[in-house]
Structures are given as structure tokens and as C-alpha cells.
Design a protein around this ligand. Structure first.
Ligand code: A3P
Length: 289
């Protein structure tokens, strides 16, 4: 199937042109956030969909009705994609949940004037790179991934769409101490202690839950439950956009899958680049289960 890989370049970062326009990106950076908005921010493949599901369930006090009847791109639409305004206009869901992959630099002005609650989700970059590589194979709106070694080099050089992982993570996590409306959650925390993360996120959103409600959130956010939920597993998307014959969006859902792809040499090179690019950033990642 032909790829829809038109590129839109905005402030030096490339985005899939199938979903983004100069207008939609400009509107995103000037977006009038409301104080009640919940904004989920991530670099692609870091657990965005998982957090969308968790936030939906927390706001629904563990009731899965919304998460099982409304697609995630409608209940937590992407800020920078062209259809945002029409989705928000048609939606009656409160509080509004908005998702974005934009960098902190691009969103800082819009967020500065609002008390919107921001949840930043990060994931260890070796697993992000592997997940992104596989996603390129099914997502026809992204360029051909090429070989894994080529892809990994592009990831480390910040040449993939949505920009550089290092800049994204450093930009957003540098704000965690200065912005008290920003919560940083990692994919690995979710994987190792989803219950703890549910409590942390519900408390941050000032939506305290009783035990049964927390249990329901955790159950409906399990990998198996989400894998079978058409509203989040992207099987509702047309085949020319995502080709599920080439793989699943809900692929493995594990910490440390990079070990099945990286050679020793690639791992060493990755560690060297990581060390040099992250020397000014104290974040620690969990690399394996
Ligand atoms: P893998 O490709 O490693 O399986 P995003 O939503 O940011 O695009 O991230 C997608 C990644 O999150 C995929 O990783 C997907 O399987 C994983 N994921 C989504 N829901 C999950 C869940 N409930 N548990 C574990 N991983 C999940």
C-alpha cells in the first residue's frame, strides 16, 4: 500500500503531513488552554495511549463505558492535529483531555497562562526506539523505517518525525520543579506499579478514588484489556493509514524489549550517545524488567 508520508516541517521539527498542517501546528502553540484541561504530553511510543486510557478511567471513576465506546482520539484528541477544533466542539466530555507530542519549547507560552494540569509520560529510550521502529512499519503516514540500524541512528541523531527524544525529555522534565501543575510519570512506573500510578494520577487530578474504583481502572488498563479494546487498539483506523496486517499497535507492552533488537555494539554506541546527551539531566531510567 502506498505511503501517505507527506511531511510538515514546523520550527525545524517534522510531523506527518497527513495529520498536521502549518495552521494546525500554529493553532496548537497558541491554544487557549482552560484551567480545567488535562494535557497528556509525550514523545511517541512512550505510553501515551496507556495514559489516555488511565486518565479517561480515573475521570470516569473506574467506569469503562467511555473508554469502551469512544475512540481515544476523540476523548483525548491531539492538540496539533487538524481535526482538534471539530472534536472539541462536538464533545461534551469534561474535564477536557488533550494529548500532544509537542516539545516544551513550543508549548511553554500557551501553558504559562493557564493552570491546566500537565502529565508528562516518558519511557526508556531504547524501548521507545524499538517500539517506534515497529510502529513505522504499520503507520503508512510515516516514512519507511529502513533497516533497524539505520532507524536507530536516525533516532539518536534526532532525525525522526516529532523531533529529538533527548530534547523532548530534557525540555519537559526540566519543568517538573518549576511547574507545580506538571506530573512526570514513566512507562516503567506504570508497568511495575499501575495501582500506585493510578493513585498518584487521581490525586494529581484531584479526583480521589475508592479502592474498587482504583481496581477497575487498573483492570481496564491492563495490556490484555486494552489490546482487545477497539477504542484504543487503533483497529478502527482505515487500513491505508495503519496496516494491521504488518503488526499491532498494542505490540508487546514490555520493559526491555530492546534486548531482542540491539546488538552489543548498538547498545554500547547508544549508551555512549545517551551519556553524552544526558550529562546535564539527572533522570534515571529503568532499562529492563
Ligand atoms: P510496544 O510497541 O513496546 O509494545 P504510545 O501510545 O505512546 O504510542 O505507546 C505505544 C506503546 O505503549 C506500545 O509499546 C504499546 O504496546 C504500549 N502500551 C499501550 N498500552 C499498554 C498497556 N496497557 N500496558 C503496557 N504497554 C502498553
Amino acid at each position: 500500500m502506498a505511503r501517505l508520508d507527506v511531511v510538515e516541517i514546523f520550527h525545524g521539527i517534522s510531523f506527518p503531513g497527513h495529520l498536521h498542517t502549518q495552521d494546525s501546528l500554529q493553532r496548537a502553540v497558541e491554544f487557549p488552554f482552560q484551567d480545567t484541561d488535562i494535557v497528556i504530553v509525550s514523545y511517541p511510543k512512550s505510553g501515551t495511549t496507556w495514559m489516555q486510557e488511565l486518565v479517561t478511567l480515573i475521570s470516569s471513576r473506574g467506569n469503562p463505558h467511555l473508554s469502551q465506546t469512544v475512540p481515544n482520539w476523540t476523548r483525548a484528541p491531539w492538540l496539533e492535529q487538524f481535526y482538534l477544533a471539530s472534536v472539541l466542539e462536538a464533545s461534551t466530555i469534561t474535564p477536557r483531555v488533550i494529548t500532544t507530542h509537542l516539545s516544551q519549547g513550543l508549548l511553554s507560552s500557551a501553558l504559562q497562562v493557564s493552570k491546566a494540569k500537565v502529565i508528562y509520560v516518558s519511557r526508556n529510550p531504547k524501548d521507545v526506539a524499538v517500539s517506534f521502529y515497529h510502529f513505522h512499519k504499520i503507520a503508512n503516514f510515516l516514512p519507511d523505517a529502513g533497516s533497524f540500524p539505520e532507524f536507530l541512528n536516525k533516532f539518536l541523531e534526532g532525525k525522526l518525525q516529532y523531533g529529538c527524544w533527548f530534547d523532548h525529555v530534557k525540555g519537559w522534565t526540566s519543568q517538573t520543579t518549576s511547574m507545580d501543575n506538571l506530573l512526570h510519570i514513566t512507562y516503567e512506573e506504570m508497568s511495575l506499579d499501575l495501582r500506585g500510578v493510578t493513585e498518584k494520577v487521581s490525586s494529581f487530578l484531584q479526583c480521589p478514588l475508592v479502592d474498587d474504583e482504583v481496581n477497575n481502572c487498573v483492570a481496564h488498563c491492563s495490556f490484555n484489556s486494552m489490546k482487545d479494546n477497539k477504542m484504543v487498539n487503533y483497529t478502527l483506523v482505515a487500513e491505508e493509514i495503519m496496516d494491521h496486517k504488518k503488526g499491532s499497535f498494542m505490540r508487546k507492552g514490555k520493559i526491555g524489549d530492546w534486548k531482542n533488537m540491539f546488538t552489543e555494539e548498538q547498545n554500547q554506541y547508544f549508551d555512549d550517545v545517551f551519556k553524552s546527551k544526558m550529562q546535564d539531566c539527572p533522570l534515571e531510567f529503568i532499562w529492563e524488567d
